[in-house]
Design a protein around this ligand. Sequence first.
Ligand code: HEC
Length: 125
Amino acid sequence: MMRILRTLTAASFVLVVWPASVFAEGDAIRGKQLFNRCAACHSIEGQNKSGPALNSVFGRKAGAVEGYHYSAAVSNSTTVWTDETLDAFLSGPSKMLPGTRMTTSVVKPTDREDIITYLKTLPAP
Ligand code: HEC
C-alpha cells in the first residue's frame, strides 16, 4: 500500500511541476526595463509605430493588429503568440519567419523570458 502511495505521490509531483519547468515565469519588472529595446518601434498603448502595437500580443494570432501593414511573412503565418512561439521569434525573427521586417533578436534566454512575462501583463488598450 505504501509503495502504491509513494508511486502516486511521485507521479502527481511530476505532473504538477513539469509544465512550469518548461517555461518558468520570468521577471516582469526586468522585462519592462528590457522592453526599452523594443519601445522605439513598438507601443504598448494600441498605436502602431514602425512595428505593430504589442499590448495584448500574448495569445493573439501573428499579424492581427488592424491598420498595421505587415510583411507577407507575418500576415500569412498561422503562428499564435505563446511562450514557445514568442521565444522562437525573439531568438531569431527571420529564422522563424523568413522575410519578416522585424530584425531585432534577443540573444539571452533569460532576457527573452523576462520580456515575454512582461508582455503577458499588458492588457488590451
Ligand atoms: C527596429 C524596429 C523594431 C524593434 C527595435 C523591435 N521590433 Fe518587433 N517588429 C518590428 C516590425 C517592423 C514588425 C512587423 C514585422 C513584419 O510585419 O514582418 C515587428 C513585429 C513584432 C512582433 C509580431 C507582432 C504581431 O502583431 O504579430 C512581435 C511579437 C515583436 N515584434 C516583438 C518585439 C520585441 C519583444 C522587441 C524588443 C525585444 C521588438 N519587437 C523590437 C520592428 C521592431
